[in-house]
Design a protein around this ligand. Structure first.
Ligand SMILES: [Cu+2]
Length: 140
């Protein structure tokens, strides 16, 4: 709780600062179409932290999916695996790319049609950013 208050204060300070860049910006968002028989999509996105403090994403939600997990791909004894992450930390004034073979979002069990997908990024109870994008067709 203390942590979210501290973060919120930072974000408010950043918002009041002279330069008008939003604290957290998402770009290059890709949501893959679910593979038939596997009710899940992957989400890739670049996240830019424009503040002087670390931004810690604790969870991501999407109204179009039952749940969203933050994953990291890794090799374990030569076998590709995915591990669930409890937190996604973006260093001050840096960007992080969620991409194929690396950190990514796993969107589990779609609810209804997926014409457009919304993602909300949270730090504790604080909504940091909401974005929406179309699902890429034919991609994986
Ligand atoms: Cu995954």
């Amino acid at each position: 709780m203390m942590r979210s208050i501290a973060l919120l204060a930072c974000l408010l300070l950043a918002a009041c600062g002279g330069d008008m860049k939003p604290p957290l910006v998402a770009s290059d968002i890709i949501i893959t179409a679910p593979i038939p028989g596997r009710p899940m999509s992957a989400g890739y996105v670049s996240l830019a932290n424009n503040t002087d403090a670390v931004i810690s994403i604790s969870h991501v939600t999407s109204p179009e999916f039952e749940s969203v997990e933050m994953h990291e791909s890794l090799l374990e004894n030569g076998v590709a695996k995915m591990r669930r992450m409890d937190e996604l930390a973006i260093a001050a004034n840096s960007s992080m790319s969620l991409q194929r073979g690396g950190k990514h979002l796993m969107l589990m069990r779609p609810i209804g049609p997926l014409d457009s997908v919304s993602l909300s990024f949270y730090s504790g109870d604080t909504l940091l950013l909401s974005v929406a994008t179309a699902v890429s067709r034919g991609g994986r």
